[in-house]
Write a protein that binds this ligand. Structure first.
Ligand SMILES: [Zn+2]
Length: 75
């Protein structure tokens, strides 16, 4: 869920994955179909890293609770 498209942070519109050409290279970018705003993969990767770091630390806080449950023998 939520992996097929992303939302434009400028107008909230749907963004499509599009190939753009720059000089001799080409890039895949997320481009808004409404306002033309685009996010390139580098920005997206940076955002993903920040997000996963945050999720990781949140998980670490929760883990000990679950661990103690699992480690307690119920039989
Ligand atoms: Zn937009």
């Amino acid at each position: 869920m939520g992996k097929e498209f992303t939302k434009c942070n400028r107008c909230g519109g749907i963004m499509i994955y599009e190939k753009i050409y720059y000089k001799t290279e080409h890039f895949w970018v997320w481009k808004c179909v409404y306002c033309g705003e685009y996010i390139d993969q580098v920005i997206l990767d940076n955002r993903q890293i920040q997000k996963s770091n945050r999720e990781k630390s949140a998980k670490n806080n929760e883990e000990p609770k679950y661990r103690s449950y699992l480690d307690t023998p119920s039989v």
